[in-house]
Ligand binder design. Structure first.
Ligand code: SF4
Ligand code: SF4
Ligand code: SF4
Length: 325
């Protein structure tokens, strides 16, 4: 990067807005950002039109922080547009990096989502069965809205991505590291995940004893032992399969890790790695292996397996959607 003031852009696609709040969570450092960079495009905060971005020369934006998954044609268009106009594109947050919570819609398709939202829903009255149409004729002409896709995609399943900042939302510490590296012109090699290579377990202070468990429980079902590994108390904690960098705030709040940091570097399929870790702690493999009936009973204890093992990353998993017939 040169000594000139940088040019930043922020965009939200299929997103909850939490990643936008996370940008503000850097507190007074936002002043440092404002001193080092002009923000040219930020729909949540600045009234810049898409046509203003379209009019920019290619590569005009130095760094674009893109949060949210891609689930409609407007988000897809903006991903391509911002890729073209930006020297560096950062996938910001789980939704952009691995598909995030919106990616769980890959358990259904467009019609399934519309059925739930516009028809089979106790809070909806829709006697005419109206659904959004991408194009409608009115007397003034044709009105269009974005087309809703069957499948939710990650940002890098849509365009080339330079850096990844995982988390739901990314931890403030990692955002600060990324901003600092950008301002100093010290970014890591293209394709890097701006987070430690360690897992959440490596950062967790809870004590592990390599103990086997006999059943799976949920956190509200018993009184847990303080400061002892939650997984070894029978709670599914995604720590072994999740990239660290957050410092383990969930465990400090008496909750297991649900995996928002995304997969660890050596195991790109986060759910697969967690299932393997769980099999090991349950003792279902090797000499201590259990019979089929015992294994079925254990599996029955896992409520919502996809939502547990792929909560933030179904679109980027090896099997990334349910086949709809
Ligand atoms: S990563 Fe989390 S905080 Fe960010 S937009 Fe997605 S759901 Fe919201
Ligand atoms: S499994 Fe969860 S509670 Fe246990 S050490 Fe890992 S992060 Fe901590
Ligand atoms: S402990 Fe897990 S779920 Fe909680 S912030 Fe860290 S990675 Fe995300």
């Amino acid at each position: 990067m040169s000594d000139k003031k940088l040019k930043f852009a922020f965009y939200w696609a299929a997103s909850c807005g939490g990643c936008e709040i996370a940008v503000l969570d850097i507190n007074e450092v936002i002043l440092k950002v404002a001193g080092a960079a002009d923000i040219l495009f930020w729909p949540v905060a600045i009234d810049t039109k898409y046509k203003d971005v379209e009019a920019m020369p290619d590569g005009h934006i130095d760094v674009c922080f893109f949060n949210g998954a891609i689930r409609n044609s407007e988000q897809e268009h903006l991903a391509h547009l911002l890729r073209k106009k930006s020297k560096v594109l950062v996938a910001f947050g789980s939704c952009a990096v691995t598909g995030g919570i919106p990616g769980l819609a890959n358990l259904s398709n467009k019609q399934g989502v519309f059925d739930t939202v516009y028809h089979d829903n106790a809070s909806i009255e829709n006697p005419k069965g109206t659904e959004p149409e991408p194009s409608s004729k009115v007397k003034e002409g044709e009105l269009t809205i974005p087309e809703f896709f069957d499948t939710v995609r990650t940002l890098d399943q849509t365009v080339d991505v330079d850096y990844y900042l995982p988390g739901c939302p990314p931890p403030t510490k990692l955002i600060l590291q990324a901003v600092d590296a950008i301002i100093k012109g010290a970014l890591p090699p293209k394709g890097s995940v701006i987070a430690p290579v360690k897992s959440v377990c490596d950062e967790c202070r809870f004590i592990r004893s390599d103990k086997r468990i006999t059943s799976i429980r949920r956190i509200y079902e018993f009184e847990r032992v303080e400061d002892k590994c939650l997984l070894e108390q029978g709670i599914i904690c995604m720590g072994p399969a999740t990239r660290g960098g957050c410092g383990g705030p969930c465990m400090e709040a008496n909750m297991p890790c649900t995996g928002c940091g995304g997969p660890t570097p050596n195991s790109p399929d986060q759910g697969g790695k967690m299932i393997s870790a769980l099999a090991s702690v349950l003792g279902v493999e090797g000499e201590e292996g259990k019979d089929d009936e015992e294994i079925d009973t254990l599996i029955d204890g896992i409520v919502d397996p996809v939502g547990t093992f792929y909560k933030y990353g179904l679109p980027s998993a090896l099997i990334n959607r349910k086949v709809m017939r």
